[in-house]
Design a protein around this ligand. Structure first.
Ligand code: CTP
Ligand code: MG
Length: 228
């Protein structure tokens, strides 16, 4: 099996402020983590899944992943995360079995990401041999500021917002992480800093990251709308 996804779910959700690990917060009655992992298993292509969970919730996470994976439970691993996302991704990469060639790193907090987005990113990575990330155009007018003073308008035609899953050749991503600066805020940043090429494919509005209470309310509304 050449394809794997690392679902990072070890964050504490400080900005959401619910006092629980964010991936274990329900969206319309179902945990973010359950939603995120289930989507990975809807692909027709066999995919090894590593869930990186808070150390205190490993047993709970293992049970949850078993329930979602069903017969594919043998193609999963659950490992404890680290102090920041960078360390959690590294823990996930370390848990991948031999034979994986392409790995996607996915935020559990983007739990409404459509299955088609996974396939689009993996397909483009395989076709190009490069790293690939889903991206959306920036819609707001963007200003550079100095304190509270606007200095200039930034040309937004050259800007995108990026999402996950971000897909890379596994060997090159491991090497990039081994030599990386923790200041990079996403996997594409780590990969590119190590000399790799990263390309984009169109992302989707539903793949937004649940960060704040407003995002959670938006996710609940989207699920309710889809069910209506
Ligand atoms: N993440 C992780 N390990 C960490 C920090 C983050 O696995 N030490 C994961 C989160 O679980 C999430 C993804 O990285 O799925 C994106 O992080 P973010 O949205 O920032 O989540 P949190 O760090 O949990 O939220 P906050 O920054 O508000 O505390
Ligand atoms: Mg965070």
């Amino acid at each position: 099996m050449s394809r794997a996804v690392v679902v990072v779910a070890a964050g504490s959700g400080t900005r959401l402020g619910i006092g629980d690990a964010k991936a274990f917060v329900p969206v319309a009655g179902e945990l973010m983590l359950t939603r995120a992992v289930r989507t990975v298993f809807t692909s027709a292509e066999p995919t090894f899944v590593v869930v990186v969970a808070p150390a205190a919730r490993l047993d709970e996470c293992r049970a949850l992943v078993d329930a979602v994976a069903g017969p594919a439970a043998g193609l999963t691993a659950v490992v404890p995360g680290g102090a920041d996302r960078h360390a959690s991704v590294q823990a996930g990469l370390d848990a991948l079995p031999d034979g994986v060639e392409w790995v996607g790193v996915h935020d559990a907090a983007r739990c409404l990401t459509p299955a088609a987005q996974f396939d689009a990113v993996f397909d483009r990575a395989r076709a190009t041999g490069d790293g690939v990330v889903p991206a959306l155009p920036v819609t707001d007018t963007v200003k550079r500021v100095d304190g509270d003073e606007v200095v200039e308008t930034v040309d937004r035609s050259a800007l995108v917002g990026v999402q996950t899953p971000q897909v890379f050749p596994l060997g090159a991503l491991r090497a990039a992480y081994a030599s990386s600066q923790r200041s990079e805020t996403d996997d594409a940043g780590v990969f590119r800093a190590a000399g790799g090429t990263v390309r984009t494919v169109p992302g989707s509005a539903d793949a937004f990251k649940i960060t704040t209470r407003w995002d959670l309310a938006r996710a609940e509304a989207l699920v309710a709308g889809a069910a209506a």
